[in-house]
Design a protein around this ligand. Sequence first.
Ligand code: ADP
Length: 259
Amino acid sequence: MERKSIVEIKDISMTYHTLDGETEAIKDINLNIDKGEIVSLVGPSGCGKSTLLSIIAGLIEPSKGKVLIKGKEVKGPTKEIGYMFQRDHLFEWRTIIENVLIGLEIQGKVNEENYKYAEKLLDIYGLSDFKEKFPRQLSGGMRQRAALIRTLVVKPDLLLLDEPFSALDYQTRLAIADEIGIILKKEEKTALMVTHDIAEAISMADRVIVLSKRPATIKDIIPINLSCPGGVRTPMKCREAPEFRHYFNQIWKELDIHV
Ligand code: ADP
């Protein structure tokens, strides 16, 4: 039988030891993420969000607890996980198609079927005319889309998005968050996204996880149910839902931000 939860985060705690002393970054985090679910992670700056993402990715080992992906314990970087960062990390000397194929190349999986899949994704998401262009010839939004396609072609079970739109200007950010939200749902991807933008967190996710101040613990888990206008559930439309403001105020209060 297929497992419902792709990701199981079990009792994770992390304390950094440095010459200056100890920093308890995260404490007793338990969380399951189901197949096809998009989960946003919000929390005060410096609370431990990147630490948690790095542990899930197998880049650092937790002090306590474990992470399972499809029932298998994460012991190091694994091809089951794809990433999308603030910067797109496209290689400037490679064309868009060459950039998109890089993950497959590393895994030794460039074959006709995968190449066709890469072309199909470029086509569906409006980049087929830019296949042979170089990253500098694309807009910021298009570059992020190319970066996402590069991640999707290797068919990861889980996508980790770390503030993926922070480097973009506000208008582009809205548009690309909308597009990427639609792509993730259409491709039935499971994703965990860190963002400091409350509206982005609500509009893109099925659940929002609110973390406490450091050491990060889970303060609240909020399932998002929005009645989007016309029944069209895209991130942009979700912002117009009547319940949106309610979620925004709730998360704002829980984050307890003091300027
Ligand atoms: P966030 O992503 O929420 O801003 P981080 O996970 O980057 O938070 O950091 C959480 C805490 O852990 C911070 O106090 C930070 O200074 C500390 N920290 C992060 N990485 C390290 C490290 N490699 N060594 C020591 N302390 C670290």
